[in-house]
Design a protein around this ligand. Sequence first.
Ligand SMILES: [Zn+2]
Length: 289
Amino acid sequence: MEHWIIDNEPALRLGFFIGIFLLMATLEMLSPRKRNFLKPKNSNINSHGVSQNNTESIRGFRWFNNLSLSFSASILMRLILPLGLVGFSLYCQEVGLGLFNLDFFNQINSIFIFIFSLILFDCIIYWQHRIFHYVPFLWRLHKVHHSDQAFDVTTGIRFHPLEILLSIGIKFLVVLIFGLTAESIIAFEVILNGLALFNHSNFKIPLTVDYYLRKFIVTPDMHRVHHSQIPTETDSNFGFNISLWDRLFGSYQDQPSLGHDGIEIGLKEYKDTEQPKKLSNLLLMPFKK
Ligand SMILES: [Zn+2]
């Protein structure tokens, strides 16, 4: 079973991604949490002289941009690191690199190490996200994610390819230091990608369900606060999977101050500009003033 999972890692991850993406997109369509993120001031007249609904055309270019960013990041990863994290972890295991590959850890139950690895990885990702907000050079990359003026399942995959590259670099370092197993890396990546799609999605979850769910994991209502234009809210709720880290490290904010209907999504600096709408501008955004 373990071998099958390792051998079929790319197909397995892609399968989970497509399945969860389609499920979230369908739920958003059937029961949206918030409509009209972008309130068009007036309607467009297209080249045929036909009035267009801005909200619909905005959805079109947002989805195109966000999916294109994700696609280009995946291609870049496969070109630069064809063996990926799993291949690297197997290599570390073979040559005995990393803490958990030491003889001492052979005596500890592998299930315990597996669960501990997932929690450890998640805590590191929490701090990575927080650092990306506070270090100016890293924020330049991460603000591409925050410049999205709406919040839906595609926001969860909208990251600049260089941010993805850097975060993979950090994960390589974590694997090298701790000697994480291939199985724990695959499980973590599937959970992280799945929950990132879930907690960026825009479908209605009953408030009581949200109340209990967010005691354990990050829900869309919890993460939406992080995409508010109000800086103190942008700098809160950094978690992606387990909601504990924000409560533990003092960055938890329960609800947006303007409520989920009044919240303005995105970044103030791009509020009235055309910049975030073009893919080329998103790719060049970190390098511009
Ligand atoms: Zn962020």
